[in-house]
Design a binder for this molecule. Structure first.
Ligand code: CP
Ligand code: NVA
Length: 306
């Protein structure tokens, strides 16, 4: 049995296999096999933070594969009132066939997985957002740029950045990360990625100049400057991140026909300009839809491992 907590635990071949299953399901959803692939299975979904895409894509995805999903908000279950993670894990995993968790500390999903009898999926922690990167990579495959990725991430060194680091390290592409001083990626995660990159041939560079990062990039991406849980820092962050908005001037330095990705929700006028967002909205909303397809690939893959 496998869990999906970070891309670090997966080989390049496994990541590509998950994407391939997702793309196949996207093409052949009507097939009898996929409609019954997770028949009679239940996905428990624990949310300690808000969500639009993750909740809808997992719930709809499970339904489309013949299963059922349970939305468990920490406002409603005893986890939010102090029932220990390890007890919650033993109870929920004795009744559900798979569990997805969105929470704060990454150690919470690790602890849950240690006590779980069924596969656990990380639906976002403060440290990583790996299911988003499955959808992002699937989108790059569909747009035919997966063989020529020079990615530039501009903004906060957060859960999305850490997952980009792991994806680049595993798949072996070039990733430049530009953050303001003091908002760099976690140095431990960076050093793990650099270690993995030695084998894959990935080129990973971190810097504080966004213009340098986007020069010649084929993919430019960003994320909110204020992640869930950091709301009190919002005003201060807006001041510090000045100069990090992905706008037309910045995009003009990227490769001709460079793609822009955003995990959403997007805040126009902060991490991305209205013009850049709308110009690239087709790929961004395909990226959002691919959450559904990539995660179906993931759930099928995890189910086949046991
Ligand atoms: N990108 C993403 O995970 O969106 P939600 O927070 O809406 O789930
Ligand atoms: N970094 C953002 C991602 C939202 C999908 C957050 O954690 O809030």
């Amino acid at each position: 049995m496998r869990h999906f907590l970070t891309l670090k635990d997966f080989t390049k071949e496994e990541i590509l296999e998950i994407i391939d299953i997702g793309l196949d399901i996207k093409k052949n959803l009507a097939s009898k096999v996929y409609k019954k692939e997770l028949e009679n299975q239940t996905l428990g979904m624990i949310f300690e933070k808000s969500s639009t895409r993750t909740r809808v894509s997992f719930e709809v995805g499970m339904f489309q594969l013949g299963g059922h999903a349970l939305f468990l908000s920490n406002r409603d279950i005893h986890l939010g009132r102090g029932e220990p993670v390890k007890d919650t894990a033993r109870v929920i995993s004795s009744m559900c066939d798979m569990v997805m968790i969105r929470t704060f500390e990454h150690s919470m999903v690790e602890e849950f997985a240690r006590y779980s009898k069924v596969p656990v999926i990380n639906g976002l922690t403060d440290s990583y957002h790996p299911v988003q990167l499955l959808a992002d990579y699937m989108t790059l495959v569909e747009y035919g740029v997966d063989k020529n990725i020079v990615a530039a991430y501009v903004g906060d060194g957060n859960n999305m950045t850490h997952s980009w680091l792991m994806l680049a390290a595993k798949l072996g592409f070039e990733l430049r990360i530009a953050t303001p001083k003091g908002y760099e990626v976690n140095p431990d995660i960076l050093s793990q990625a650099l270690h993995i990159a030695k084998d894959s041939g990935a080129i990973i560079k971190t810097m504080n100049d966004p213009m340098e990062a986007v020069k010649g990039a084929t993919v430019v991406t960003t994320d909110t400057w204020t992640s869930m849980g950091q709301e009190e820092e919002k005003e201060q962050r807006i001041k510090i991140f000045k100069g990090f908005m992905v706008d037309d001037k910045m995009m003009s330095l990227a490769a001709k026909d460079a793609h822009f990705l955003h995990c959403l929700p997007a805040y126009r006028g902060l991490e991305v300009s209205e013009e850049v967002f709308e110009k690239h909205s087709e790929i961004v909303f395909n990226e959002a839809e691919n959450r559904l397809h990539a995660q179906k690939g993931l759930m099928v893959w995890l189910d086949r491992q046991r």
